[in-house]
Write a protein that binds this ligand. Structure first.
Ligand SMILES: Cc1ncc(COP(=O)(O)OP(=O)(O)O)c(N)n1
Ligand code: TZP
Ligand code: MG
Length: 213
């Protein structure tokens, strides 16, 4: 089911990231123009909860299905199971993968890993990819911690030359080449797409840099 090419232009968003727009419209535009995976991250100030969150998740899931793009849920394992999402992304402080991995057979499991220490304490054998960052400073996650630059990816790639890595944190299209050079398989972005005034141009801009490889 999982293929590392899915990490190339991995869009992450929740309604809080598009305060003046309908998230369904933003995600549909991004799907139409070539994102390779989507993560529903409804989290932080002004995000939806309960039935509103669930209904939004369901409508975004059906949009992703229409474009045949994997729909991943951030953090909320119960929601992912309930709506039959294509996968789940968890961090170091979220639920342990061993506690839910049986429910995600043939689905995608992503884990945030920022450094070797986190790598060594993680159930790497149970994950399809790792999300590494923050590469740069970010406006989209208040507790993202100190940004570590391309070196974060380089260090993890030297340690494990197989695990698919997606970079995250303040990424724009100019970062694609150096991140791929550092060993990433793709980039994940919130604001570069969510705040774009021309989503088509932005998504195609990311893809353009892969064509140089
Ligand atoms: C692809 C990807 N990588 C990293 C993260 C961050 O996950 P986490 O550290 O659990 O933080 P929250 O996103 O839950 O605030 C991610 N979501 N996606
Ligand atoms: C979820 C997450 N994890 C580390 S940085 C980050 C936010 C990425 O958002 P942006 O692409 O807007 O910097
Ligand atoms: Mg998390």
């Amino acid at each position: 089911m999982f293929n590392p090419n899915m990490l190339k232009v991995y869009f992450i968003a929740g309604s809080q990231d598009v305060p003046n727009h309908d998230l369904n419209e933003v995600v549909e535009e991004a799907l139409k123009t070539g994102i390779t995976m989507f993560q529903f991250r409804e989290k932080g100030p002004n995000s939806k909860t309960g039935i509103e969150k669930e209904n939004l998740a369901k409508s975004l899931l059906s949009l992703c299905r229409r474009y045949d793009i994997p729909f991943i849920v951030n953090d909320d394992v119960s929601l992912a199971i309930k709506i039959n999402a294509d996968g789940i992304h968890v961090g170091q402080d979220d639920r342990k993968i061993s506690s839910f991995k049986d429910d995600f057979q043939n689905k995608i499991i992503g884990l945030s890993v920022a450094n070797i220490e986190e790598y060594n304490q993680s159930e790497i054998e149970n994950v399809d990819y790792i999300g590494t960052g923050p590469i740069h400073s970010t406006i989209s996650k208040q507790d993202a911690g100190v940004h570590g630059g391309y070196k974060l990816v380089e260090t993890l790639r030297q340690y494990d030359n197989v695990i698919p890595i997606v970079a995250i944190g303040g990424i724009t299209e100019q970062d694609v080449m150096p991140l791929i050079d550092a060993g990433a398989n793709g980039v994940s972005v919130i604001s570069a797409i969510a705040q774009s005034e021309n989503i088509e141009q932005t998504v195609k801009g990311f893809h353009k840099h892969y064509k140089k490889f």
